[in-house]
Design a protein around this ligand. Structure first.
Ligand code: UD1
Ligand code: CA
Length: 461
């Protein structure tokens, strides 16, 4: 017999969200609610194959997400959503072979791994243990009824006015001895205001059968659920702050913690400095000593050490190696790379482009599908014409090249090592090594033109 499994309930409609997206796929920062719950369970030491997620309403979407992100986690279907008791019962086949089971509401994303471990250890003492919290505002959580040697739960909608005054409420996280749960799960009825099968009724039935029930409280902040948009925003705020505090404790300097967003998946090293209004999403990694200027948005960005991101840079799925520099006002995307000491400056866009060591693209440039060697200087306003309307083409610029301002590279095209282009050139074919590519009309001056055609306003009749 296997020891412990964790069943996450995520089949409910989430009606109160008033959204087409299933509740557990609603985002907290940049990840769906369910990811946080699964991550906490994994961090508590549960192997993914011992985790089951119950899906139902919008289940195809939830299943598609989980099988992509957590392929080893089991998907269990609750075809009809008749309540949490029915949900657990419908997965009986799966959990029947375990000794103990934790059942978690899929909408408690702030639940910590330590708390999951604590809940798991309660199985030694009780047939069922439930996590509670003290809610100090009006809410519709199930009320905890404590008696000297037992605990039971009455749903808010079924509670008397007196019971509704109870502050200790059900967080929707339970530990069960499987044998005991198996004995009572079939006895839950839907004889209540909502005509649902309530999992919390299992405690009452266990008590009637002489089994042991217990409860322990955790902080409200950790246990609050997500049932509507207001709660989603509140939980997002707590999660955001939790992540910020974590990175500050690891030596990251966050100048304005209230206006900084960092994904739970991002990794930051010590002595990183983050200026106000920065967002760091996805699997971004920021190396030691990096500076991230105001208004910058990094998504799946990999930064080496001492990278300087000057204000208002947008960096997506790209790498900036040690001592490179970007911004202000640049867009670096789609697998681009700044090698060590390279620079992409003001109003510069890089798409699928590789900028070699110490190479510079300082001003007003678009480098798309371009490969630059080391020690290249790209003059202001130069761009790659990489798209012919149907296909994208490559531009190769060798090492030690000096590109004159406003050069157009009509790709596919190559400039070999040590060459230059004249300012304003349209480069349409290869510039060989150690050469100057000139591709522009010659200037001629027409004398007297101005006085004939371009008289100042004051001299016109
Ligand atoms: C539930 C508890 C309540 C507790 C609260 C804590 C019940 C009857 N009540 O209420 O005591 O205070 O959680 O947040 O359990 N779900 C299914 N299948 C279903 C119904 C629900 O999988 O048929 C899932 C939902 O997706 C959700 C979880 O179970 O993740 C809880 O359902 P929800 O409707 O949010 O229950 P509450 O009314 O909040
Ligand atoms: Ca809920």
């Amino acid at each position: 017999m296997d020891n412990l499994c964790v069943l996450i309930m995520a089949a409910g409609k989430g009606t109160r969200m008033k959204s087409a997206t299933p509740k557990v796929l609603q985002p907290i920062l940049d990840r769906p609610i369910i990811d946080y719950v699964i991550s906490s369970v994994l961090k508590a030491g549960t192997a993914p194959q011992n985790i089951g997620v119950l899906v139902g309403s919008g289940g195809e979407l939830v299943e598609a997400h989980i099988s992509q992100k957590f392929p080893e986690v089991n998907i269990l279907w609750q075809r009809e959503q008749l309540g949490t008791g029915h949900a657990v019962k419908s997965a009986r086949q799966w959990w029947g072979r375990y000794k103990s089971m934790l059942v978690l509401n899929g909408d408690v994303p702030l639940l910590l791994p330590e708390s999951i471990s604590e809940l798991a250890s309660s199985c030694e003492e009780y047939d069922c243990t439930v996590i509670t919290f003290l809610a100090d505002y009006h809410n519709e959580y199930g009320r905890i009824i404590r008696r000297p040697d037992s605990v039971s739960i009455v749903e808010y909608k079924d509670a008397t006015a007196e019971q509704r005054k109870i502050h200790e409420v059900n967080a929707g996280c339970y530990a069960f001895r499987v044998k005991s749960l198996d004995a009572v799960i079939g006895l839950i009825t839907n004889n209540n205001v909502q005509h649902e099968y309530y999992l919390p009724d299992a405690l009452k039935i266990m008590n009637e059968h002489g089994m042991n029930t217990g409860a322990f409280p955790l902080p409200e902040e950790e246990m609050q659920g997500v049932n509507n948009q207001a709660e989603l925003a509140k939980v997002t705020g707590v999660m955001r702050e939790r992540i910020i505090l974590h990175w500050m404790s690891e030596g990251v300097r966050i100048v304005d913690p209230a206006n900084t967003y960092i994904s739970a998946d991002a990794k930051l090293a010590r002595d990183v400095v983050i200026m106000p209004n920065v967002q760091i999403w996805g699997n971004s990694t920021i190396g030691e000593g990096c500076y991230i200027g105001s208004g910058s948005i990094l998504t799946n960005a990999t930064l080496g050490r001492n990278v300087q991101v000057i204000a208002y840079a947008v960096i997506e799925n790209s790498e900036l190696k040690d001592n490179s520099k970007a911004g202000p006002f640049c867009y670096i995307r789609d697998g681009s790379c700044l090698e060590e000491n390279a620079f992409a400056g003001k109003f510069v866009e890089l798409k699928k482009s590789h900028i070699g060591e110490r190479s510079k693209v300082p001003h007003l440039s678009y480098m798309g599908d371009a490969e630059l060697g080391h020690d290249v200087n790209i003059g202001a306003g130069s761009i790659t014409c990489n798209y012919d309307g149907q296909h994208k083409h490559q531009t190769h610029i060798g090492s030690n090249c000096f590109i004159g301002s406003n050069t157009m590279f009509v790709a596919p095209v190559e400039v070999e090592d040590g060459s230059a282009t004249a300012a304003g050139s349209v480069i349409t074919f290869r510039v060989p090594e150690d050469s100057l590519g000139v591709g522009r009309a010659r200037q001629k001056n027409i004398s007297g033109w101005s006085s004939r055609h371009h008289k100042p306003k004051s001299e016109r009749e």
